[in-house]
Design a protein around this ligand. Sequence first.
Ligand SMILES: Cc1cc2nc3c(=O)[nH]c(=O)nc-3n(C[C@H](O)[C@H](O)[C@H](O)COP(=O)(O)OP(=O)(O)OC[C@H]3O[C@@H](n4cnc5c(N)ncnc54)[C@H](O)[C@@H]3O)c2cc1C
Length: 400
Amino acid sequence: MKIKTGIIGAGILGLAIAYKIREAEPDTEIYLFDKESGPGMHQSGRNSGVLHCGLSYEPGSLKAHLAVSGIREMVEFCRKNGIDHELCGKVVVASGEREERVLEDLAQRGAANGLKGLTFLSSSELEKREPHVKASAALFVPEEGIVDYKGVMGALASRILENGGNIAYNTRIGGCAVKRNREFIVIAGKREFVVDRLINCAGLHADQVYQSCTNMERPLRIVPFRGEYLRLKPDAEYLVNHLVYPVPDPAYPFLGVHFTRMIHGGREVGPNAVLAFKREGYSWRDFSFKDSLDTIAAPGFREFLKRNFHFAAREFSSSLFKSSFLEKARHLIPDITADQLEPGQTGVRAQAIENTGVLAMDFRIVSDGSQVHVLNAPSPGATASLAIAGYIVKNYIHLN
Ligand SMILES: Cc1cc2nc3c(=O)[nH]c(=O)nc-3n(C[C@H](O)[C@H](O)[C@H](O)COP(=O)(O)OP(=O)(O)OC[C@H]3O[C@@H](n4cnc5c(N)ncnc54)[C@H](O)[C@@H]3O)c2cc1C
């Protein structure tokens, strides 16, 4: 008997899982659902386009493990499918003693995660690589890179369709019901699909989909953090050669405002991390009473805000005032001026928060055997998508 697998969400993760299941179990029937008109319209199509190699993540964590194996797998996939990518390396820069100590820790973390070729640059080496960056210490990470994630998603979608899988766009899943023993009815408006197993990769809505499919309280709540970018005007692109990152604040899962050379040209600076009033709220104008209430009512949210008020206020300020954003950029490249920047894209991170008010630092996947829910897969989720998919297939799917 053919197993039918339903996957909610055609972001990079849902696509990677559909692709991997077909590889492992060629007989399975795949039904991939997305509420939008094409793949990757949210996080996966609105990110920095960076291939993260595993520098900052806690050794032993899923993020560390799956970023390190994930970047290799992603690069191999890009090579095989002719997708633009480049392992251009990045520099992480520190200013002052406190940041230098964090940078040392970061280098040790990277080494513990198995990264190769991590090197502290002398000031002349930094100047050769990134002449406009000012720092008291700089770590070069050669394995980091840039990629065309939209190209990756296009290739994954093509492979799924070529292998007989089904992708239903414009299909919002409102809930599911258990039919008999193992079967689920997946409900999309007036349409119903019967599947044997269900995988939730709904990104910004993953916790809500969890609740509607299990009828259980959400173990984590998604809090949307908008990431805004500015773009360097063409005549200012000379300021950045490759990837330039600040030392991240270890208390947060965000990497800080950085400079990125995009794979198809152009330079971006960002993203900040602004609490959004709508899960898919890409600008200040986007407000959802329902989403805001859901965030405020989240068990840990008020505790989070109490403990992180200064962080939240700083990020709000960087959204409201270009000067405040510019200050973050100038921390890395002091010479940059406001008139060298123009508005860029925005994305919203699906960042899960624990009921205790702590941001979930690691990827989180929960399963009861026949349903698998990906409840936290923020950055480096795109880099690691194929590895996360492999991990789910190996650990949570009982193959036929
Ligand atoms: C600003 C920003 C910068 C980032 N930078 C990087 C980076 O440089 N490198 C990196 O590796 N990672 C980065 N990330 C993280 C990365 O983009 C995510 O980890 C990854 O895209 C998550 O993929 P996903 O498929 O889980 O989610 P998504 O891409 O959000 O996909 C979820 C899909 O589910 C669909 N959906 C939701 N609810 C339903 C429903 N009820 N029915 C049907 N469909 C539904 C949505 O339409 C969406 O297409 C960044 C993220 C952001 C936001």
